[in-house]
Design a protein around this ligand. Structure first.
Ligand SMILES: Nc1nc2c(ncn2[C@@H]2O[C@H](COP(=O)(O)OP(=O)(O)OP(=O)(O)O)[C@@H](O)[C@H]2O)c(=O)[nH]1
Ligand SMILES: [Mg+2]
Length: 353
């Protein structure tokens, strides 16, 4: 199993919350946040690193660089993590996590020995303009990191209008944990540790499905069930239908047989197919998928159109200027332009000893 080679880093409230779930299962974890309020919601969590002086970044992702630069001890700690796989988790829609995750990934990627993966928790379609713009920018920045391994795009809109975040978190944690702890072996073939690392190391999107057979023989999970869970009925952003995929991994639960040909038909023809048997559950996963660019581009485009419309409306926003009435300054300021990432985490690394 690769569990002991994995470090999970959670940034911001969402990232921390998911990472805390891994902490409870004895993974090596580090949590990062500036917000005392966020940290209080996870009062039992260990290994919480505080971005001193940054009590929540209130929508401005651009502040993350400065926050990390002023908290070098966090970067040093990330740099010293002695695990092969570094999986960094944050929401795309927030600020602290979404602003910091590209820098933390840059820093982890600076060590060529590491496999760096990201889990990006993407906002629902009906979340605020700022959250969707932040998520677009974060996804773009992560995709732009040359040495990035797998990126998992979680859709927070999965369970309906209000999203059931706890259910999404536990589904995600259960699936990744099953992948990390799988130790099954069989005479015919195994889905071994090096193959799992290969799946995590390859650039592109990653999706996973996990289904357990019921006790009775005739309720076994079928290949079609696995296809549905992998491609449609899941917690991830939809995968593209271009057939681009590097690896497919399958673990058959004891006495079950998922047809790899069915998974290939649904996902695409990969370079590698890794198959294991005698697992405690059925798992199917795919890595090196093309990024969900179209989905994210549409989300960003819609958010920026709404933003334009909002700013246009605000142009007609008039104030009472003859009477001496103080209008709150924040009411008058127009939303700042979207910040572009001009710096990378490598600059932050430069003066670490
Ligand atoms: N999947 C999942 N998403 C969450 C969770 N908590 C919050 N979110 C989502 O995360 C986004 C808000 O980001 P946060 O993680 O709270 O923000 P942050 O990184 O702490 O940054 P600040 O803006 O500085 O507080 C929203 O889109 C929420 O729907 C969680 O436990 N699980
Ligand atoms: Mg927060």
């Amino acid at each position: 199993m690769i569990k002991d080679e994995v470090a999970i880093i959670g940034i911001g409230l969402a990232g921390q919350t998911v990472t805390y779930g891994f902490q409870q299962r004895n993974y090596f974890t580090e949590l990062i946040n500036g917000s005392a309020q966020d940290n209080r919601t996870l009062s039992d969590a260990k290994n919480v690193m505080v971005l001193e002086g940054y009590d929540g970044l209130a929508g401005d992702r651009g502040l993350a660089y400065e926050a990390l630069a002023k908290n070098k001890y966090i970067l040093k700690k990330i740099n010293e993590i002695d695990k092969k796989v570094i999986m960094v988790i944050a929401s795309g829609g927030g600020t602290t996590g979404s602003g910091s995750i590209p820098y933390i990934c840059d820093i982890a990627c600076a060590n060529p020995e590491k496999i760096v993966c990201a889990v990006l928790l993407m906002p629902r379609e009906d979340e605020s303009i700022q959250k969707r713009i932040n998520a677009y920018d974060t996804a773009k920045e992560l995709m732009g990191i040359p040495k990035m391994g797998a990126i998992i795009f979680v859709d927070n809109g999965t369970y309906g209008e209000y999203g059931d975040l706890q259910r999404i978190n536990s589904t995600l944690i259960n699936m990744l944990d099953a992948f990390f702890i799988d130790d099954s072996s069989s005479s015919g073939s195994n889905f071994d540790d090096s193959e799992k690392l290969k799946m995590l190391g390859d650039r592109g999107a990653f999706v996973i499905a996990m289904r357990a057979n019921k006790n009775t023989e005739n309720t076994k999970i079928t290949s079609q069930d696995m296809v549905n869970s992998l491609t449609a009925k899941n917690i991830f952003l939809p995968i593209n239908s271009d057939g681009v995929v590097n690896n497919i991994g399958i673990i058959n639960q004891r006495n079950n047989h998922i047809k790899d040909s069915e998974i290939v038909k649904a996902v695409g023809n990969p370079e590698n197919i890794f198959i294991g048997n005698n697992g405690s559950v059925n798992i199917a996963c795919a890595s090196g998928l093309s990024f969900p660019v179209e989905y994210i581009a549409n989300m960003g485009k819609k958010a920026s159109e709404e933003q334009k419309e909002r700013i246009n409306k605000r142009k007609g926003f008039s104030i009472l200027d003859d009477l001496e009435i103080e209008v709150e300054k924040s009411e008058l300021t127009v939303q700042k332009p979207i910040s572009k990432r001009k710096r990378t985490g490598l600059e932050l690394l430069r003066d670490l000893d």
